[in-house]
Design a binder for this molecule. Structure first.
Ligand SMILES: Nc1ncnc2c1ncn2[C@@H]1O[C@H](COP(=O)(O)OP(=O)(O)O)[C@@H](O)[C@H]1O
Ligand SMILES: [Mg+2]
Length: 127
């Protein structure tokens, strides 16, 4: 997960702000993040997939999640609408606030939350 890089400025970027690391993102004052991830860990019996992820995602911005195959991008996205629940071998801890609500809390209305948090998987398109 260390190799993941985040950027919230895909357009009109300067050299300085093109790549924002996890730590820098945490320190950066982001106005009213719509998604707040705090201390997110995803583990299996074999080991850690995501370790202590802290990330603010601002509203109405395009965010790029970049990293090599197997570094945890899909697992992070699955954590954002609790698709990780479908994999019983995954142990998820930490906090994921969507619009101020921690969706990892057991009391969450999953269907309502998932309607809000769309997730499209990559597919090949033949045209
Ligand atoms: N359900 C699972 N059980 C065990 N290991 C998993 C599971 N899902 C993902 N992993 C492992 O976690 C790592 C990150 O996977 P993934 O999130 O799919 O990476 P990416 O999307 O960046 O290619 C990989 O090593 C993968 O094998
Ligand atoms: Mg993937």
């Amino acid at each position: 997960m260390n190799e993941l890089a985040f950027t919230n400025q895909p357009f009109n970027t300067t050299k300085e702000d093109t790549l924002v690391t996890n730590k820098q993102m945490e320190n950066k004052a982001v106005e009213k993040p719509i998604i707040k991830i705090r201390g997110l860990n995803v583990k299996t019996k074999e080991g850690e997939i995501l370790k202590n992820i802290n990330l603010d995602i601002p509203k109405n911005k395009i965010i790029v999640l970049l990293g090599p195959s197997g570094c945890g991008k899909t697992t992070l996205l699955k954590s954002l609408n609790r698709l990780t629940d479908l994999h019983k071998e995954l142990k998820v801890s930490g906090e994921v606030f969507i619009d101020g609500v921690d969706i990892l809390k057991a009391s969450q209305e999953l269907p309502v939350m998932r309607q809000k948090m769309g997730l499209f998987s990559a597919t090949d398109v033949n045209i």
